[in-house]
Write a protein that binds this ligand. Sequence first.
Ligand code: MV4
Length: 445
Amino acid sequence: MISKVLIANRGEIALRIILACKELGLKTVAVHSMADRDALHVRYADDDVCIGPAASKQSYLNMSSIISAAEITGADAIHPGYGFLAENATFAEIVGECQITFIGPSPDAIRRMGDKAKARETAKNAGVPILPGSDGPLRSIDEAREVAAAIGFPVILKASAGGGGRGMRICADETELQSAYETARNEAERAFGVADVYLEKYLERPRHIEIQVFGDTHGRIVALGERDCSIQRRHQKLIEESPSPAITEEIRKKMSAAAIQLCEAVGYVNAGTIEFLFQDGEFYFMEMNTRIQVEHPVTEEVTGIDLVKEQIRVAAGDRLSVPHGDFRLRGHAMEFRINAEDPVTFAPHPGKIKEFHLPGGPGVRVDTAAYRDYVIPPHYDSLIAKLVVKGKDRMETLARARRALEQFIVEGVKTSIPLHRQIVANEKFINGDFSTKFMETFLRG
Ligand code: MV4
């Protein structure tokens, strides 16, 4: 069904997808910008095509260049990875119209979930718990005031077209709401071209817990456990783990059932993630991501499923390979995102990697496309490696994480490794006692 896959991405995820293709016996095509000529994904692919200048807009976001590259090389499928065009419904649509298989969900599913206010409504109609708030986007400041008065402060304004924290405003009272309403709309308009915002009850110390889901074209949908992604800074995840130290098997079952209900309501196909906020024993739908995520290896390590190979098989029309019957997570896994950034200011720190030594040994996996003497270009995100550690339980995983972080050597650029070393020594983190507020407190303390 599929014989040659074009990877419309770069960095570690492009490499990760190439590895999956190789295991499936498929040919690969790398596309790259002028800044990425020496990138590993270009070296490992069977074919490669330069699709434009360094700037993402002119290369990795350039739909016509990418489609042309597929046509020229005879690729019959495109894997978008994460970021760039992964959640662009128009791109998925064009790929399909060109008789190329898009390795991901339908354009319709991407569109329905891309609008966060609409996704909230879809979740509500599917019987998935949501936080009290507005029905769809707010029509006026008066409606915002009415809804807030009905549910009580604090509330949070979120951009319908947003996600990942941009265009959000927390409001403690009516005065704050009054000024935040216009600011949030302006910010949303500037960032996404759509001013719509919606309103929800604001939770003070939730955990971010997400369920990995997978659907095939034969109508089967499975939930593959959760990832706890509460350790974030400025809406960038730093550490993810599975299982979550915060939830019971009962909550896991309920969250998984809710995630499956939502997927069934939209006929979801391929890999997806349903994000929930969890606080005081209750969970609430937040948003859905219609892509493979950065943190997918955490789920791979506790389920034994190769999610990227599964994406390709499902896109080719195969049934999910996940066995029917009782599903259980095995052991524990954690991912540490290694970014080339200043550990204090978190500013990106591109440049040449002068020394690069990866940790290894039992339970250690590193997904990376970096190497010694590699020059990190300044044009893209700062992720240079994902350290993924697993063990029989959380304590063994933490012990392995500690020694792997000690073993990990990167010189020439500043990285988040020293920060991770500090976090894995923190008592609250060790005890699994944290919320999305963890990093704020941690960095102040
Ligand atoms: C929230 C919330 C509290 N209450 N929504 C942040 C990213 C975006 N996806 C949604 N986010 C939040 N939404 C309600 N109703 C708190 C956050 C939030 C957060 C969530 C996950 C991880 C880190 C965070 C940091 C600040 C705020």
